[in-house]
Ligand binder design. Structure first.
Ligand code: GLC
Length: 666
C-alpha cells in the first residue's frame, strides 16, 4: 500500500511517473512530524536499506547521509554526499514487514539514520514544500517492487553495452582508440567499447572534435565498428564561455544558460576555464542541448557518458574575486596557525561551494527558480535532454550513463559510480552500491574497474574484474597520472584476466536476459541476499554477497592477499568454480556459514536450488556470442526462461521475447 503526503506546494521533480492521488489518510502515529523534519524510532533488529549511491554498507544504519549532488573524489566512510540523490530508504527486520519512504524533493535532504541517536531516524528536508511517499509491504523486495512501479521502467541499454569497455583519462586521439583496440584484439581479450575522455574535444568544448588529433573521426568509427568496437565519448555539462564557439553563441543568443541575480549568464570554472551552464530545467534548452548529440551520432557514435553534471563548479567568478582579495590581504601578514588555516579554507572552499549554488537561477514556466532549491535535478535533466532527443531522432537504443543523477533519471540512462580509487574497500563499496542502486531503478550501473584514482595492482584488477563481470556496466577507467591499468599492462596475469573477461561473455545471455526481465518487470537484477530470504536473520544481515538474477549468488573476494572468504548460504546451493572461463568444480555446499578458497585466477559463485544457468561458448565481442548453443548448468532445476531480442529495439515486449530452455533428461 502506498500513501502520498503532500506538504505545501512542491516543485515537481518528475521522479514519480505514476503519481497516486494525495492521501486522505492521517499521518502515521509512529512518525513524529514537525514541518520539514520527521522522525521515527528503530528497534534493535531493524535494518535500513536504500539511498542508492552512498558510502558505507548495505545496511545504512549509523550514519548521516545528505542528498546533495557533489563532485566527490574521495569515497571514504565519513562522506555524506556523492554524485546522486536517491531519497528512498526502507526499514525492515527479520521476519517483519517492511516500510519504504521516498522524499520527493529536488533540493537538500538530510537523513540521520541512527547517527545522532542509535535508535532514531530523523529526516530533514530543506523546505516545507515536499512530498513524502510511505510504502507498506510484506517484505523488502515487495516494497522495492512497489516503489519501482511508481517510478517507471528502467532504462534499457543496447545489448552491445553489456560488453567490456576500456577507458582512461588521457585517451584523446584516433591513435589511442586504434592502439587500445589493437592491443585487446592481438591479446584476445574481449572488447566492445573504447571511451574518449575530454581530450578528444577542441579546447574542452562540447560537441567539437579536435581536428589535430582526429584526421577522420567518422572513418575511425567505421573502422572500429568493423572490429565490433564502439567509441563512447564524454560530454560535460558546462559550456565554455567563448565568443565565436558556435554552441556557446547559440546558447547565449537564445537565453539557454542559467542566470545570476542580475539576469546575466552565470559564469563558473570547469575544465575549459570560464563556463556557462545550460538551464536543463527549461524544456527548450533541453531540446537544444539534446539535439546537439546528433553531431556525434551522425559520425557513427552510439553512446555517451555525461559528466560534471552535479554541476561541478571549480570556482564561481564572483567568489573567486573575493577570495583573491582576501588571500592577498592574508599574504601581507604573518601566516601563523589561524591565518594558515584560513588560507587553506579559502582555496579549498572555492570548488563546489554551497553558496555558489544560491547565486544562479533557472527559468521554469516563466518563473525564476533558485538553483539551490532544485540542485539535485540538474544532472537528471542534462541526461534526460540527451536521451529524449536521441531516442526521438534515431530508432535504435543508444548507450547513456551519467555521473550525477536523481530518481527519475533511471528511465533515461544508467550511471557510473564516479571517481573511486584503486582501493580494496572500493570493490566492496561497488558491490554494496549495486544493490542500493537497483532499489531505485538504476540497473545499468558499475564502477570504474581497477579504480579511477591511485595505482592499481595486478591482484586488485583480477579481484575487481571477478566482481565487475556481473555488473551491467563493465568498464576499466583510470585517471591521468595513475599507473596504466589496461589488462594488457599486466602480462604476467594476462591469461587470467583474459579468462575472467571471457567468462563475462559466457555469462552474457544469462546476464542480459536477467537484466531485461528485471527492467521490464520492475524487479531487482542485483539484490541483497536477504531480499530472497526475509525471515533469515543471517541472510538479511549479509552485506557482501548478492543475488544476480534468479539463478546465481555471487560472493567475490575483496581483500588483498586473501586466499578465500566466508560465505553465508541461506540454503544448500551448488558451488561453481571457474578457472578463467572453464568450469573446474561443481559441488554442493551446505546451508549456513562456510569458508571457500578462491585463487586469484578463479571466479566462484553459486547456483540456487531449483535454478538453471545458461552458458554460452566463449566470444570476444557481444555480436560474436552464439545464443543458440547454450550449455545449461543446473541444480535440481529443469528449465530456464531466456529473454532475447535484437538488443536495439526501444520498446521490446517481454512475453514474445521469452524462450523456455529445457534441461535434457539425464
Ligand atoms: C571527472 C570524471 C572522470 C573523468 C574526468 C576527466 O573526474 O568523473 O571519469 O575521467 O572528470 O574528464
Amino acid at each position: 500500500m502506498i500513501n502520498r503526503y503532500v506538504f505545501g506546494t512542491p516543485f515537481d521533480t518528475e521522479a514519480i511517473l505514476h503519481k497516486p492521488a494525495a492521501t486522505e489518510a492521517l499521518f502515521p502515529l509512529y512518525i513524529s512530524l514537525d514541518g520539514p523534519v520527521f522522525s521515527l524510532s528503530l528497534s534493535q533488529n531493524d535494518i535500513v536499506f536504500g539511498l542508492g549511491e552512498a558510502v558505507r554498507g548495505m545496511n545504512k544504519r549509523g550514519h548521516t547521509y545528505i542528498s546533495w549532488n557533489t563532485d566527490e573524489f574521495d569515497h571514504n566512510e565519513e562522506k555524506k554526499s556523492l554524485y546522486g540523490a536517491h531519497n528512498f530508504f526502507l526499514v525492515t527486520a527479520p521476519g517483519k514487514p517492511a516500510t519504504g519512504y521516498f522524499v520527493d524533493f529536488g533540493g537538500k535532504v538530510t537523513f540521520d539514520l541512527g547517527d545522532t541517536k542509535l535508535d532514531t531516524i530523523t529526516v530533514t528536508v530543506d523546505s516545507p514544500d515536499y512530498e513524502l511517499y510511505i510504502i507498506n509491504g510484506t517484505d523488502p523486495a515487495d516494497v522495492a517492487l512497489q516503489f519501482r512501479t511508481l517510478i517507471g521502467r528502467s532504462y534499457l541499454p543496447p545489448k552491445w553495452a553489456f560488453g567490456v569497455g576500456q577507458s582512461r583519462w588521457g585517451y584523446g586521439s584516433q591513435d589511442d582508440m586504434m592502439r587500445v583496440t589493437q592491443k585487446y584484439r592481438e591479446n584476445h581479450i574481449p572488447l566492445d567499447m573504447v571511451y574518449l575522455d575530454i581530450d578528444y574535444m577542441d579546447q574542452f568544448e562540447d560537441f567539437t572534435i579536435s581536428s589535430e588529433r582526429f584526421s577522420d573521426f567518422k572513418q575511425m568509427n567505421t573502422n572500429l565498428k568493423n572490429q565490433h568496437v564502439r567509441v563512447i565519448p564524454i560530454i560535460d555539462a558546462a559550456v565554455k564561455q567563448s565568443d565565436g564557439y558556435y554552441f556557446y553563441d547559440e546558447g547565449k543568443k537564445n537565453n539557454y544558460f542559467c542566470k545570476n541575480a542580475n539576469g546575466d549568464d552565470f559564469v563558473a570554472g570547469v575544465w575549459p576555464g570560464d563556463c556557462c551552464f545550460p538551464d536543463f530545467l527549461n524544456p527548450e534548452a533541453r531540446t537544444w542541448f539534446g539535439n546537439a548529440y546528433s553531431y556525434l551520432v551522425d559520425q557513427g557514435i552510439d553512446g555517451f557518458w555525461n559528466d560534471m553534471n552535479e554541476p561541478s563548479l571549480f570556482y564561481s567568478k564572483e567568489h573567486l574575486e573575493d577570495v583573491k582579495k582576501e588571500v592577498s590581504e592574508l599574504l601581507k601578514g604573518d601566516l601563523s596557525i589561524y591565518n594558515n588555516f584560513r588560507l587553506k579554507d579559502l582555496i579549498f572552499g572555492l570548488s563546489s561551494n554551497e553558496d555558489d549554488y544560491r547565486k544562479f537561477f533557472h527559468t521554469v514556466n516563466g518563473k525564476k527558480i533558485c538553483h539551490h532549491d532544485v540542485h539535485n535535478l540538474y544532472g537528471y535533466n542534462m541526461t534526460r535532454a540527451a536521451a529524449e532527443a536521441i531516442t526521438k531522432n534515431y530508432p535504435e537504443r543508444k548507450l547513456f550513463f551519467s555521473r550525477s543523477s536523481f530518481v527519475g533519471m533511471h528511465r533515461h540512462s544508467g550511471i557510473w559510480m564516479g571517481d573511486n580509487k584503486s582501493r580494496w574497500q572500493h570493490i566492496l563499496l561497488n558491490l554494496q552500491m549495486l544493490a542500493s542502486l537497483n532499489m531505485v531503478g538504476f540497473l545499468y550501473t558499475g564502477a570504474d574497474t581497477g579504480g579511477f584514482g591511485a595505482d592499481a595492482t595486478e591482484d586488485l584488477l583480477l579481484r575487481w574484474y571477478a566482481l565487475s563481470i556481473f555488473t551491467p556496466l563493465l568498464r576499466n577507467h583510470s585517471s591521468l597520472g595513475t599507473r596504466e591499468q589496461e589488462p594488457y599492462q599486466f602480462m604476467d596475469s594476462l591469461e587470467s584476466l583474459r579468462g575472467i573477461l571471457g567468462l563475462r561473455y559466457r555469462l552474457l545471455p544469462y546476464l542480459y536476459s536477467e537484466f531485461m526481465k528485471a527492467a521490464l518487470t520492475g524487479t531487482m537484477y542485483a539484490r541483497p541476499i536477504g531480499f530472497d530470504y526475509p525471515d533469515d536473520k543471517d541472510a538479511l544481515n549479509t552485506q557482501d554477497q548478492l543475488f544476480i538474477g534468479e539463478s546465481i549468488m555471487i560472493a567475490p573476494v575483496y581483500e588483498q592477499n586473501a586466499i578465500g572468504r566466508h560465505v553465508y548460504l541461506p540454503e544448500a546451493m551448488k558451488l561453481v568454480r571457474f578457472k578463467g572461463c572453464t568450469v573446474v568444480e561443481e559441488s554442493e555446499l551446505a546451508a549456513g556459514h562456510n569458508w571457500i578458497y578462491v585463487a586469484l585466477d578463479e571466479v566462484v559463485f553459486f547456483i540456487k536450488k531449483g535454478h538453471v544457468l545458461p552458458l554460452a561458448k566463449p566470444a570476444e565481442y557481444v555480436d560474436g556470442v552464439d545464443w543458440d548453443t547454450l550449455t545449461l548448468l543446473h541444480y535440481e532445476g529443469t528449465s530456464y526462461t531466456l529473454f532475447n531480442d535484437d538488443g536495439l529495439e526501444q520498446n521490446p515486449d517481454l512475453q514474445s521475447n521469452l524462450k523456455v530452455l529445457q534441461v535434457p533428461a539425464s
